[in-house]
Design a protein around this ligand. Structure first.
Ligand code: OOG
Ligand code: NI
Length: 476
């Protein structure tokens, strides 16, 4: 539930704007209800995650206090991310405008072609710490790279199919424009907007192509079929945040939720870093394909699945380089992506290799491997005012107990993990596709109609803000 202060402040609800956080929470909660209805296993997974989170918070005061200090405690049970896959530049451009109404902005650029998936992506999310804690919903958004379809004739046919589709309702487009012009939406418009926007994310059990075309698309890449054969970019998963993903993974099987073979990301650690994710396989759903006279053959499609994640500390570029080195070394040793056969070997090796990644917050801070929030302590009130404290003094102030730190949570995604999630749900046969093309961030940003926020800069700025606040307090 959104807290009161983010609804409206005026009594005149016909004129007053509701906050983007209010709209975002409303949208996320309706989307979650819709997905629970459509994919019941998602509801099961939510219950499991909430149970385990509840248990951990009652058992570990350290984790509870950490989440209270950073403000994350308020968002834990409403925290979700989802994912959609778009087909053409207009859809990405308009999706940016739609998400902006809800206070979500594109952060980061992810190239997945190098991992065998013909898309590039960004994540739409809030960009202020307070608004993230009020409404943490985010959406991993991919755009199909038509330039990676090597068959010219097929590429042109795909372009024609996509040209004709409109994934947004007329009313949603009108309200996006209204919000842009007026600078916001009142409560009534916001409600209409949310209901209309949801339509774009809904599953359709009728395809826009015939079965033969579907098979042709499937042969190019399962993902291409998922994007091109349907009316719109159905939400393909929603992911709750767990405080202990190992416990959830171990309990999934008992609840008839079959997990993927390995958890993506770093291994189990005392001080979690970045992001660990696991998922259950996509459902097989009935689809009615077109024929010359209308609806024809009934077939199946696999796209929608469930995922959980555990988030840890955001890493600096130095930390990220070390992470990529250790992960890369592990994958190389087992010959690429892990599978059912070598899962336990992979897990052991990952754990072994990550012994080289410090696992206490003090070292992660002093070695500049992770980002932190800085706070002044009670002792800071009595600090000597003989000198003006600067950034140079930070480590000494920490050592002397005038300052304390909490890890800054990683709010984004990991390209290797994302590719692993894509692969596990699309079928492993596609995981081996090789695309020689490289990342194309400038084309992505041209299609998006705006540059994406730079990942590293975002964390650096936020850390700097908390340091400056501490210095102001100490020098007051
Ligand atoms: C997106 C996969 C990426 C994640 O959590 O890394 C993702 C997709 O399957 O469309 O959601
Ligand atoms: Ni995901």
């Amino acid at each position: 539930m959104p807290s009161k202060n983010i609804v409206e402040s005026s009594n005149d609800t016909t004129k007053a704007f509701v906050s983007p956080e209010y709209i975002r929470n409303r949208f996320a909660s309706i989307l979650s209800d819709m997905y629970k209805n459509e994919v019941p296993l998602y509801g099961e997974l939510l219950n499991l995650v909430h149970e385990i989170n509840h248990k951990i918070l009652s058992e570990s005061t350290t984790i509870k206090e950490q989440l209270e200090n950073t403000g994350e405690i308020t968002r834990l049970n409403m925290e979700r991310h989802g994912a959609i896959r778009l087909g053409k530049p207009y859809e990405l451009f308009t999706m940016r405008r739609l998400f902006k109404v809800m206070g979500m902005f594109p952060v980061g650029y992810y190239d997945l072609a190098t991992a065998g998936v013909p898309v590039h992506s960004t994540a739409f999310r809030a960009i202020e710490n307070t608004t993230l804690n009020q409404a943490p919903f985010r959406v991993f958004t991919s755009l199909l790279r038509l330039d990676l379809i090597d068959d010219n004739e097929l590429r042109e046919r795909v372009e024609t199919i996509l040209e004709d589709r409109q994934i947004f309702t007329k009313k949603a487009l009108e309200l996006i424009l209204k919000s842009e012009k007026d600078g916001g939406l009142n409560k009534e418009d916001a409600e209409t907007f949310v209901q209309e926007a949801i339509e774009t994310f809904r599953w359709h059990d009728t395809a826009t192509v015939d079965h033969k075309m579907y098979e042709t698309l499937l042969q190019q890449h399962r993902l291409i079929a998922d994007v091109v054969a349907f009316k719109g970019p159905h939400i393909n998963h929603l992911t709750p945040r767990s405080l202990d993903i190992d416990q959830v993974q171990a309990s999934m099987e008992a609840r008839n939720i079959p997990p993927k073979d390995t958890i993506e990301g770093p291994p189990t650690r005392k001080c979690p870093i970045l992001l660990r994710q696991t998922s259950f396989k996509a459902l097989t759903e009935k689809v009615t394909f077109k024929n010359e006279v209308g609806n024809g053959k009934i077939g199946e499609h696999k796209a929608r699945f469930g995922e959980i994640e555990q988030r840890g500390a955001a890493l600096t570029q130095k930390g990220l380089d070390l992470y990529n080195e250790l992960l890369g070394k592990t994958r190389k040793a087992i010959g690429g992506s892990p599978n059912a056969k070598n899962a336990s070997e992979y897990n052991e090796l990952l754990l072994e290799n990550f012994k080289n990644f410090p696992d206490d917050y003090a070292t992660l801070q002093s070695d500049k491997l992770a980002y932190f929030h800085y706070f002044t302590t009670a002792k800071a009130k009595n600090i000597s005012k003989e000198k003006a404290y600067t950034k140079e003094d930070i480590n000494e102030l920490l050592a002397d107990g005038y300052l304390t730190i909490e890890p800054m949570v990683y709010e984004d995604f990991l390209p290797v993990s994302a590719a692993g999630i894509f692969a596990s749900n699309l079928g492993t046969d596609d995981a081996k596709r090789n695309y020689n093309e490289t990342a194309n961030q400038s084309l992505f940003e041209k299609d998006l109609g705006a540059p994406v926020y730079e990942l590293q800069k975002w964390y650096k700025d936020m850390q700097e803000e908390t340091i400056q606040k501490c210095l102001l307090e100490l020098n007051a």
